[in-house]
Write a protein of this length. Sequence first.
Length: 378
Amino acid sequence: MRASETAKTAQQGDRPLRFLFALPGFHAEDRGAEVALLAVADQLARSGDQVTVIGTGPDRPAAAYTYRRIAAIGRRRLEWLPHIPFFRSETAWEDATFAFNLRRAYRPADFDVTVTCNYPFTHWTLRRAGGAAAAPLHLFVTQNGDWPAFSDKAEFKYFSCDGLVCTNPDYRERNRERWRTALIPNGIDPARFAGVEGDRAAFGLPEGTPVVLMVSALIESKRVPDGMRAVAAVPGVHFAVAGDGPLRDEVEQLAADILPGRFTRLTLPADRMPALYRSADAFLHMSLQESFGNVFVEAMAAGLPIVGHDSSRLRWIVGERDTLCDTENGEALTAAIGRALVIGQGQADPRAQAFAWPEIAAQYRAFAAELMAGRTGA
């Protein structure tokens, strides 16, 4: 039985489940984790469950879920703080300020299932009633990696969950003996890309010039500077990066040095991203091991050839492609970019349809229902 059919059957036989999704970036940012979890929350609400989302951004009236806004200090304002255990990055500092206010707003008895991908502070807040008979089930999603679930070091030894949503097969294989797991990828709304035309003028991109696009946070693990150096080695190619982060000044300076007149950095709302994808000729992503990478599916939906680090995890998403390579090998990477530009933009990849949000949300619902049934002995 398909996950969507399983979830539908569960909903027909059970009362609606009461979900809480909590993340500081909700309604404030359109990063991968925020986009993914909000899409799941919205689909669950439209399917009949009672869904509450807590974040820091303004209300979005079109959303089907109930939204509650609380305060937090955004990570960009916290980049100057020291990186120490428990506060290993500006993201952890932001998470701590969010969790402080979440603790006052969160009533465990109001929910059956809680969901987050932030560790440690939001996770600990949602687990504060963990183990109690009336405590909600807690799903932790490996959007930002599976290290909290896998490691026993430092603060990670305090991790626990009722269900671990693994966004790729590697994470599930590594954790299935320790936690109840479900392999559930991220997804997209393919309809957002249907019939969309590119608009280079609106994005300040040159006409008649090949454009390579990267959609990425400007952080160390995304290896944006390495991507810039590879594109710089391809004559006559313009490089566009959509994203922000603590490396923004380094990226801008490097662009001035090695890509003068050939570089554009943008930050855009989610509704403008399909047109940006359709304004490019090829897509580049440099992470060595992305937890999932919504951007790959978005690039497939936009019909872009994909250059990325060759791994079984990435091939699980995008299939076999000769544009995948060892991105740590500069010559191989430059050659792969050249091959991608020869292919150029085409029709949407049919594989993208398998990642549609209704199917992904149904898998979340089926996993939660399975865990609920196990708890009650049904």
